[in-house]
Design a protein around this ligand. Structure first.
Ligand code: FES
Length: 212
């Protein structure tokens, strides 16, 4: 009797832990931070390619952390695994925490994988007043993902960005394409968008058409 009660209790505890682990995984995706996984852990080898290494070495100290992180993100297909942040810290000669501080503060640094097209909705006040929440809702609903999740075909993800300097034409989105590495990544602005227009943009991108 006592043995059966203990086994039942153990099973309940295991299920509770499993539920908490699953919740933690989806929570981390939604909030864009990493928990150790095969493609994002400190033991994963990562280093700058020779061109980016040279750019980092010739950069002035004032922008060193941001520029190095930006190059690492471009090189790594649009996001920063923890091993890339550690590599940045090593190359520029600072403690890893200094790099984590920058990468976790600025919304342009992605710490989970992004789609080929990373759709960034401006969430700052002028765009918000002009309907950016509806824009984001339309994208998430159309693509069937949560914020910072990647569609199953790997083509799209939706993130949020702070003011991108196009407030006069709010609301706006940016489409980042990191699939061509540091030499060919693009960052295109779409202004005065509506929920209908952003869905059209997604479908044009899916067909590989230029929707500028
Ligand atoms: S508030 Fe969105 S571009 Fe400035």
């Amino acid at each position: 009797m006592l043995g059966r009660l203990a086994a039942t209790r153990l099973l309940e505890i295991r299920q509770a832990f499993r539920g908490a682990a699953q919740a933690s995984r989806s929570f981390s995706t939604a909030l864009n931070y990493h928990i150790d996984s095969p493609d994002n852990n400190p033991d994963m080898p990562w280093e700058f390619n020779s061109k980016n290494q040279e750019k980092v070495m010739t950069e002035s100290y004032g922008n060193l952390q941001s520029i190095s992180l930006d190059l690492a993100q471009q090189q790594h297909g649009g996001w920063l695994p923890v091993s890339a942040m550690n590599a940045v810290a090593k190359v520029i000669g600072v403690a890893p925490i200094r790099v984590y501080e920058v990468a976790t503060f600025y919304s342009m640094f992605n710490r989970t994988p992004v789609g080929k097209y990373h759709l960034l909705v401006c969430g700052t006040t002028p765009c918000m007043i002009r309907g950016s929440r509806d824009i984001e809702d339309a994208l998430l609903k159309h693509l069937g993902v949560k914020r910072n999740e990647v569609t199953k075909d790997g083509l799209f993800s939706v993130g949020e960005m702070e003011c991108m300097g196009s407030c006069v034409n709010a609301p706006m989105i940016t489409v980042a394409d990191y699939s061509n590495g540091s030499e060919g990544y693009s960052y295109n602005y779409y202004e005065d968008v509506t929920p209908k227009r952003v869905v059209e943009i997604v479908e044009l991108l899916r067909k590989g058409e230029n929707c500028q």
